[in-house]
Design a protein around this ligand. Structure first.
Ligand SMILES: Cc1cc2nc3c(=O)[nH]c(=O)nc-3n(C[C@H](O)[C@H](O)[C@H](O)COP(=O)(O)OP(=O)(O)OC[C@H]3O[C@@H](n4cnc5c(N)ncnc54)[C@H](O)[C@@H]3O)c2cc1C
Ligand code: SF4
Ligand code: SF4
Length: 431
């Protein structure tokens, strides 16, 4: 195989807040960047939160700022629906192969939505964690970038695909599109592939999948969102009734030898934040929540947020690892365990149980290059060839603020790699 030519271009894999930050920081320093995202839109999992701590603002706000920076910068090329399938070479001179899936919608799309109305098939909505269904011709969410619809591959070759094509007045639907492979020469790579929620069904004593009113914290974000499956009403999946008495179970899957050994760091703050969603959903204060915890991990300025929730009379704290959940009357759930502060047993009834689910690396499922070193939980730690770096939650469970800091650091390291390659070149030519 011929040696890979050196390149000044940076490749960023993953278009969440970390990948967008790394790409923008490098591009605003004048570097050429290719930003590759597996899904049809940028934004990552932050875009699926209702609000984010500590300021309780909507994620659309931060996303909008980053999209404005992106649109105003010609140095970033965005490739969505693409994954890196192979990497060869060395620091300063890598060759990356991308596999790009067909969207079946081209750049003429005006996001008018006519194709979605014409198509009959419905698919599980990935942006609401499958809690509802959408048309098989869809825009991922209102802030999606690019603002371009996508056809679910399940309708290709069916009458629905023809209906979508006939409905499109601007000729944006291209049913002849095929998956393709692209080869890129890049000098450094930033892996910003993020995290995924631990599979709650594997925590058997909590009955996720068996009891409809046991949901995960990521699903709860969607239930609280007015753009989510229930229009922001906190309804029980079993019967559609309003829930009023909520339980939050901490360390669901984390800090457990049978599941994830690490502390996921975010889930204490996520549950504290979610108790405040109840304040908004029930302004009369009629909803109560109980947090079952081992210990609360909130550091630095987040400690103030914790103190604020502690003062909330509608939030109770029970220091205990819940042992199991059993079915109660009429869809309610009974939590069993021992309160370690009084050493008494409890059997407490709740309408809805939220599992503060652990975060594991999304890259665990990706065939990363052989020179990438991961820690014992699968997060990316280092790279022996010296030109690849982790950003954000690909490297460890981080909140948005720390993900942005980590992504900025990764961008700087990547720039240093291509800078060194560039300054080495004239000397080599003189020899
Ligand atoms: C319940 C819950 C609530 C939270 N609430 C808050 C909060 O209020 N405030 C806060 O600061 N933080 C919060 N967080 C944490 C926040 O979600 C993370 O900090 C943030 O998502 C990290 O961003 P990221 O870009 O590193 O990863 P992600 O958001 O996971 O983005 C990674 C991106 O990479 C893409 N990708 C993955 N693999 C590939 C691949 N092989 N090829 C190409 N693309 C790929 C993904 O599709 C995704 O778009 C919460 C977390 C949880 C679990
Ligand atoms: S593909 Fe055509 S019909 Fe569908 S949203 Fe885009 S412009 Fe509208
Ligand atoms: S952040 Fe809190 S809930 Fe999450 S694993 Fe750590 S201690 Fe448990």
């Amino acid at each position: 195989m011929p040696p890979v030519a050196s390149s000044q271009t940076l490749l960023v894999v993953g278009g969440g807040v970390s990948g967008m930050t790394a790409a923008l920081e490098a591009a605003e320093c004048g570097r050429q960047v290719i930003l590759v995202e597996r899904s049809p839109t940028l934004g990552g999992r932050t875009a699926l939160l209702y609000r984010y701590f500590p300021k309780m603002c909507h994620p659309t706000c931060g996303l909008e700022i980053n999209l404005r920076r992106l649109k105003g910068n010609r140095n970033v090329r965005v490739v969505t629906m693409a994954e890196v399938s192979a990497v060869t070479g060395r620091a300063g001179a890598y060759e990356a192969t991308l596999r790009v899936r067909a969207r079946y919608v081209n750049e003429r799309c005006t996001a008018c939505g006519d194709c979605a109305r014409a198509v009959k098939a419905r698919v599980a909505n990935p942006y609401n964690y499958g809690l509802d269904q959408i048309s098989a011709a869809y825009l991922p969410h209102s802030m999606a970038y690019p603002q371009r619809y996508v056809l679910d591959p399940s309708i290709i070759g069916t009458d629905d695909a023809q209906r979508a094509k006939a409905a499109c007045k601007v000729g944006a639907i291209d049913l002849e599109m095929r998956d393709e492979e692209i080869t890129l020469s890049v000098g450094a790579i930033v892996w910003a592939t993020g995290w995924k929620p631990y599979d709650a069904a594997r925590i058997q004593p909590y009955g996720y999948g068996e009891y409809p009113n046991v949901v995960t914290s990521v699903e709860f974000e969607r239930l609280a969102d007015p753009q989510g499956p229930t229009g922001g009403r906190l309804l029980r999946p079993s019967d559609g009734k309003e829930a009023k008495n909520f339980a939050f179970i901490q360390c669901a899957g984390s800090r457990d030898e049978n599941h994830l050994r690490h502390c996921s760091r975010i889930c204490c703050m996520a549950s504290l934040k979610q108790t405040q969603y109840l304040r908004e959903a029930y302004p009369d204060g009629s909803a109560k929540s109980t947090i079952y915890y081992i210990d609360i991990r909130a550091i630095d300025r987040l400690e103030d947020f914790y103190a604020m929730v502690r003062r909330d009379p509608n939030v109770a704290f029970i220091k205990s690892k819940v042992a199991r959940i059993a079915a109660g009357d009429g869809g309610s759930l009974v939590l069993h365990g021992v309160d370690t502060e009084g050493y008494h047993r409890y059997a407490t009834e709740h309408d809805l149980v939220v599992l503060a689910i652990g975060m594991e690396p999304e890259s665990g499922a990706v065939a990363l290059p052989a020179d990438i070193v991961r820690d014992s939980s699968g997060f990316i730690e280092a790279c022996t060839s010296g030109g690849q770096f982790a950003a954000g939650a690909a490297g460890s469970p981080l909140d948005v603020n720390r993900s942005v800091q980590s992504a900025t650091a990764a961008a700087l390291r990547a720039i240093q790699v291509v800078h060194k390659t560039a300054s080495a070149q004239p000397a080599q030519e003189a020899r």
